[in-house]
Write a protein of this length. Structure first.
Length: 339
């Protein structure tokens, strides 16, 4: 691994900054646009994302990198400037989602395995030429009666490790994302137990595939009560349990951990991250890699209308700033309300 990969990884977790996940698939972005009555055309998708990327203060001060969908990495802005160049000009790093999605895992009803390894080496070469300097691969682990199975955890960990090795081979920092879903009635204790097994397996496979941890970023779930659980854990408990499982499983060589929001509300995702940074001194930087928790407010403000761009950018800048504060442990509900 070159020093450059380490430098990129360190820049991705720069103090007070985190990652904007703008890598929604065509199907997912259509669902988001449906909520505001906007057609999911190529131009509308470009205009919406370009609006975020041109929010210069937010991008410069609080966004270290942007995960893009394949279409977006290839698009130009309205003035003809490649979107990747707009991101770079704002002081952020362009990244790319490279997996082909979670598919049914044969022999394991109710479980998924992420596909997309075929031809990945060649795609990485192309993505590097297009300006991507980091990548993301998401594995999905469901908690339910009798699952996750060892088969599911092992299959997804192996795929994550092979992807990470190919990414580094091509000068691209891999974000390793093993997401234990929060959907369901499971307790926070069960989430902890499953997340620990998943992370232990992932790091064993990364070692087996000779992945240099100094040039990686982990994107995990937080330890949360299931959405249908009768007892919802408070902020401090979420912070304590999340940090505990990370200490058990994540080597200190990893430069940073950028949490996914996983369906949490905007403010909950911010509060949990801030509590961890305020309460603990840790070997890795803890930050964010949020999609909905950064985009829900600006999407609602935008409504697909040119006259709403300024208010939408203001909403995005606010959420970026709040999460930037959380990445340093200095967010508070009072600051949220004051802003």
């Amino acid at each position: 691994m070159t020093d450059k990969l380490q430098d990129i990884a360190q820049a991705m977790v720069a103090q007070g900054k985190g990652i904007l996940a703008a890598d929604e698939s065509s199907g997912t972005i259509k669902k988001r646009f449906d909520t505001i009555g906007v057609d999911s055309t190529e131009d509308n998708r470009r205009d919406y994302r370009e609006m975020l990327f041109r929010c210069t203060d937010a991008m410069r001060d609080h966004i270290s990198g942007v995960i893009l969908f394949d279409e977006t990495l290839r698009q130009n802005g309205a003035d003809g400037t490649p979107l990747a160049e707009i991101i770079s000009a704002a002081g952020s790093i362009p990244g790319i989602k490279v997996d082909a999605g979670a598919k049914d895992l044969a022999g394991c009803p109710g479980e998924k395995v992420t596909e997309g390894l075929d031809g990945l080496r060649e795609r990485f070469r192309e993505y590097h030429a297009l300006g991507a300097r980091f990548a993301k691969w998401r594995a999905v682990i469901t908690i339910a009666d009798g699952i996750p199975s060892r088969t599911c955890i092992s299959a997804n960990a192996h795929a994550l490790a092979r992807y990470a090795a190919l990414s580094q081979e091509n000068g691209i920092v891999p974000i390793v994302e093993p997401e234990v879903l929060m959907d369901g009635p499971h307790t926070i204790e069960r989430c902890y137990e499953v997340t620990q097994e998943v992370l232990e397996t992932v790091y064993a496979d990364l070692y087996d595939q000779r992945v240099e941890l100094e040039g990686t970023i982990l994107k995990p779930n937080m330890i949360l009560s299931g959405t249908e659980c009768g007892r919802q854990a408070g902020v401090d408990e979420v912070a304590e349990r999340t940090v505990s499982v990370l200490k058990r499983c994540v080597p200190a060589a990893v430069p940073g951990i950028c949490f996914l929001s996983g369906g949490q509300s905007d403010e909950d995702a911010t509060a949990h991250l801030s509590a961890m940074n305020a309460m603990y001194d840790l070997p890795w930087r803890l930050s964010f890699s949020y999609g909905r928790a950064l985009q829900a407010a600006p999407l609602k403000a935008w409504q697909g209308k040119t006259e709403n761009v300024a208010s939408a950018q203001s909403a995005f800048a606010h959420r970026a700033r709040m999460n930037g504060l959380a990445a340093t442990g200095s967010w508070s509900a009072q600051l949220e309300q004051a802003a």
